[in-house]
Design a protein around this ligand. Structure first.
Ligand code: ATR
Length: 276
């Protein structure tokens, strides 16, 4: 009898763009594990049946991406605190016959900064640009790390206000045109908006206003050097690009499905960079 192949997936609609198969495929071969990770297009109407049948179809779990992350949150039996507060699930697995859901984006964000700027989380203040799904994960991570003064700036103030209400006292909401007055003393800047995607346009923030020891990071990684990061680096500030967040958010799921927590190496980073 052959060894059982552990099977995992990434589901989305569409799904062709996902880089997750490249990441997990690399880890499977590097660690010599008998497993598979496949991309599956699941239309929204087919999602409940897919989840219901996933164990029957031999899957141990998988990743969830757009547009299913919020819906899946309500279809799992057990959620982590991160999935609950972020309001979205990106990682599924079975344990004791129960379907569990986690959101690993907050972990990915923090682990990326831990790798390149250890000590970053001693920051007492942070400016977060944007108030979408990605911003929620960043807020979760910042609060968990004990950052006490988190300022959200968003084009649509009401969305920033919603997040401030949801995440509590350490978070304040501000309009986009208030930005200049909020940045001079901030220790960490995080861009979660799509501004700068594709490398187009100017930095969303006037980096000359930042303090010389501010750390600037962007969760956009196409291109790696976004207009914000380029401007910050040109001013001599410390920067961390967003690719490591993608790599680190993938690791906990792999660990759960295949039993080995995989390493995020420069070799893996180079493979994904070559594919950007
Ligand atoms: P995600 O899940 O990736 O966070 P999202 O929920 O669509 O995606 O959120 C996108 C974020 O980028 C929002 O904060 C959005 O601002 P609004 O809430 O005002 O829509 C922000 N954003 C997108 N384009 C922008 C632009 N040109 N200028 C400023 N903010 C922008």
């Amino acid at each position: 009898m052959g060894e059982i192949v552990r099977k995992a997936f990434v589901i989305g609609h569409p799904i062709a763009h996902s880089r997750s198969p490249l990441i997990h495929g690399h880890w499977l071969s590097r660690l010599g594990l008998n497993g598979s990770y496949e991309r599956i297009d699941v239309a929204p109407a087919d999602l409940p049946v897919f989840l219901n049948d996933m164990a029957l179809n031999g899957f141990v779990g998988g990743n969830v991406t757009i547009p299913h992350k919020e819906v899946v949150r309500d279809l799992v039996t057990r959620r982590t605190d991160a999935a609950d507060l972020i309001g979205a699930v990106n990682t599924l697995w079975f344990a004791d016959g129960i379907l569990h859901g986690d959101n690993t984006d907050a972990h990915g964000f923090a682990a990326n900064l831990d790798q390149y700027q250890p000590g970053w989380s001693s920051a007492s203040s942070a400016l977060v640009l944007g108030a979408g799904g990605a911003a929620r994960a960043i807020l979760f991570a910042l609060i968990e790390k004990g950052v006490r003064d988190i300022r959200i700036v968003n084009r649509t103030l009401a969305r920033a206000q919603e997040l401030a209400d949801r995440f509590g006292d350490s978070v304040s909401a501000h309009a986009w045109d208030e930005m200049d007055g909020l940045v001079t003393d901030v220790e960490l800047v995080v861009n979660t908006t799509s501004v700068g995607m594709g490398g187009q346009g100017a930095s969303p923030l006037n980096v000359s206003l930042l303090s010389a020891d501010a750390l600037v990071t962007d969760i956009v990684y196409t291109p790696l050097q976004t207009p914000l990061l380029s401007a910050a680096a040109a001013r001599g500030l410390r920067t961390v690009d967003g690719l490591g967040m993608l790599l680190h958010q993938a690791a906990p799921g792999f660990g759960r499905w295949f039993g080995n927590l995989p390493p995020v190496t420069d070799e893996l980073r180079d493979i994904i960079v070559a594919d950007l």
